[in-house]
Design a protein around this ligand. Structure first.
Ligand code: ASP
Length: 324
């Protein structure tokens, strides 16, 4: 009995300690895990938002790049991290699509994470090395159909947004290219600039500067409507693939079991960061914008993740033949 009581007292003390700890949160550096290589679009979003969250949280926020396997290695690192709010994941649509694309993941996409909030919606662009022959999107489609696997397509691995866009493109035009997987589209962009790969579909947060600088060729955007910062680019739908639409969203997640007090503070800091002048300005230059404040919440991200898994599962299954 004595043992049971002292065990109970110990457990109560531990609980009080955990709650008190969560209340002081954060009292040390917070790490945002980006599941792709440095220098790419997810990294860019995380560094901008992380900097502004650091001011709001009055603590250092650092970015750790854990690239590989289309974002699933980094997601796995966060699923297994201590559930204390000090390690969070900033991932994109790939967190939803990998649930269908992978036969087995080293984590449960929904049950191993606590959603913190949505961050941004980002258009994608179909871009090529500067001297790829096709002059417009229509010619590009014919070129890929004629040359098929002689055309190399860079992506950030199965489950990445660049993978999803390529999968849908190849399925729509019924031509399989040779895919080259990187740990992120930061390094893939270097190879596109160097002409080692031919084509890529990537977020405007990674391509806008290179398009405007004339360093790569751009054919179309993947959103339903044109992108204000790249007004000359047609949508894929306008350019010939009717109904084509991919928009990339980012979300922040903590490991399952993270105390609510820490989640609430992270979500509040995310909301402040999304109103930060530098973030808003830089996002606009890069063709994106922060989500509305009521979407930077755990409930909105939780619901969106489930809806996106359900939305993409049949599309991915139908396009399966082109999945690499
Ligand atoms: N967003 C990129 C992709 O999904 C990867 C990255 O951020 O590097 O392809």
């Amino acid at each position: 009995m004595k043992t049971t009581l002292s065990l109970l007292a110990g457990a109560a003390l531990m609980l009080t300690g955990a709650t008190a700890h969560a209340q002081d949160f954060p009292n040390k550096t917070v790490t945002i895990v980006v599941p792709f290589a440095a220098g790419g679009p997810t990294d860019t979003v995380a560094r901008l938002v992380g900097q502004a969250m650091s001011t709001a949280l009055k603590q250092q926020v650092i970015v750790e790049n854990v690239g590989g396997a289309g974002g699933t290695l980094g997601a796995g690192r966060v699923a297994r991290a201590a559930p204390d709010g000090y390690t969070v994941l900033l991932h994109h649509i790939g967190h939803a699509t990998s649930a269908t694309l992978y036969r087995k993941l080293p984590y449960d996409t929904i049950n191993d994470f606590e959603p913190v909030g949505l961050v941004t919606d980002v258009p994608m662009t179909m871009v090529a090395k500067k001297d790829l022959p096709p002059k417009d999107f229509k010619e590009l489609v014919a070129y890929v159909q004629q040359n098929k696997d002689k055309v190399s397509y860079g992506n950030a691995g199965i489950g990445a947004a660049s993978h999803l866009c390529g999968l849908m493109f190849m399925s729509a035009i019924k031509a399989q290219m040779t895919t080259v997987a990187y740990k992120g589209t930061g390094p893939a962009m270097n190879d596109l600039l160097g002409g080692q790969i031919d084509l890529m579909c990537d977020q405007t947060t990674n391509t806008t500067g290179q398009i405007k600088g004339g360093k790569i060729k751009a054919y179309a955007v993947t959103t339903k409507t044109r992108v204000p910062s790249l007004p000359d680019l047609p949508t894929m739908d306008e350019a010939g693939i009717k109904g084509f639409e991919v928009s990339i969203w980012h979300g922040v997640y903590a490991p399952k079991g993270t105390p609510k007090a820490a989640i609430d503070k992270l979500s509040a800091a995310l909301k402040v960061a999304l109103k930060d002048e530098t973030v808003v300005k830089r996002f606009a230059e890069l063709g994106t914008e922060p989500v509305a404040q009521d979407r930077a919440t755990p409930a909105a991200l939780g619901a969106h993740l489930k809806a996106e898994i359900a939305k993409w599962a049949p599309v991915i299954k139908a396009a399966g033949e082109y999945a690499d």
